[in-house]
Ligand binder design. Structure first.
Ligand code: IPM
Ligand code: MG
Length: 352
């Protein structure tokens, strides 16, 4: 089982190191790891945030463990050379169109949420975000406005084919819960969203067990924090999913706990090819200090075992170990504690 490890910038290397060591401790034989550069570090070493050799390695792997990209030194570079292009490039080049972002408030951590604890304790949802389309990847540019000033423009679009395939991922994911899917769009204003909504409805016709609802994104933002228990799976496009997933993570109270999977259609010998990353960024302010909470990356590695290696039992063991560590009071700085990166990793390994 080949894993391409792309630690990237900032705290990426620290958190991926702990996740790998958890994977090794869970007793998987046949694990071969390849290391590659992405992000600002790749730009500094190779002149590009996603060097050709990294992309080739990623393609040839069965799964990718990704740390984080983002480096303030690179803020002044032209857009195509900025660290963020590494993750956008991997998603597009590898056709990783389905992003799964679970968000839940762990028992005993309700106080970290800015929400009232009774509401916070009911937050347990999965955002299924389309990842290779929308305004993110449409034509974009700058032109002269009628008044002679600058005008930026970005093209938003979704085809039925793109919507249908992500809807199917959401329906499938909902089956492991209670089959509720809420599709989020802005169909009262956007043509793109009208096609989205019509297509999701059509796709649901062949999935009669799915309890499908629709919501406008502004209302959804409000509902996620005022009444989160109404959501099982939230199905949405790239831009709205980007925003709602940060909103959901803020509602959880720490982005140091949230994992993600980005999946395509390609099947390897072991499962679905995918990229796994903690949703926190590179956190340059605490990089290299051994302070970052590796739990989000460890939980991302668990998602890798589930989706790319069909090792549900091992994935569940890792998740249970993280949950037990939290219940036992193991807390990174993001959770108001003083356990460093290695201490949190060791605590999870002890509880496997
Ligand atoms: C995310 C990030 C990325 C995105 C950035 C880094 C390009 O915010 O994964 O949510 O917008 O998709
Ligand atoms: Mg984001």
């Amino acid at each position: 089982m080949k894993i391409a490890v792309l630690p990237g910038d900032g705290i990426g290397p620290e958190v991926t190191r702990e996740a790998i060591s958890v994977l090794e401790s869970v007793g998987i034989a046949d694990l071969t790891l390849f290391d590659g550069d992405v992000g600002g570090i790749a730009y500094k070493r190779h002149g590009h945030p996603l060097p050709a050799e990294t992309l080739t390695m990623a393609r040839e792997a069965d799964a990718i463990l990704f740390g984080a990209v983002g480096d303030p030194d690179c803020d002044g570079l032209e857009r195509s050379l900025r660290p963020e292009q590494a993750i956008l490039g991997l998603r597009k080049e590898l056709d990783l169109f389905a992003n799964l972002r679970p968000a839940k408030v762990y028992k005993g951590l309700e106080h970290l949420s800015p929400l009232n604890p009774e509401i916070a304790s009911t937050l347990d949802l999965l955002i299924v975000r389309e990842l290779t389309g929308d305004v993110y990847f449409g034509d974009k540019g700058e032109r002269i406005a009628e008044d002679g000033g600058r005008e930026g423009w970005d093209m938003m679009s979704y085809s039925e084919t793109e919507v249908r395939r992500i809807a199917r991922v959401a329906f499938r994911a909902a089956r492991s819960g209670d089959c509720r899917v809420c599709s989020v769009d802005k169909a009262n204003v956007l043509e793109t969203s009208q096609v989205w909504r019509d297509t999701v409805k059509g796709a649901a016709d062949s999935h009669p067990d799915i309890d499908l609802s629709h919501m406008y994104v502004d209302n959804a933002a409000m509902q996620v924090i005022s009444n989160p228990s109404q959501f099982g799976v939230i199905l949405t496009g790239n831009l709205f999913g980007d925003i709602l997933s940060d909103l959901a993570s803020a509602a959880v109270g720490s982005i140091g706990l949230l994992a993600s999977a980005s999946l395509g259609d390609r099947q390897t010998a072991y499962g679905t090819f995918g990229l796994y990353e903690p949703i926190h960024g590179s956190a340059p302010d605490i990089a290299g200090q051994g302070k970052a909470n590796p739990m989000a990356c460890i939980l991302s590695a668990a998602m890798m075992l589930r989706h790319s290696f069909e090792m549900e039992a091992e994935a569940a063991r890792i998740e249970a170990a993280v949950e037990r560590a939290l219940a036992d009071g193991i807390r990174g700085g993001d959770l108001g504690g003083d356990h460093g990166t290695e201490a949190v990793g060791a605590a999870v390994r002890e509880r496997l």
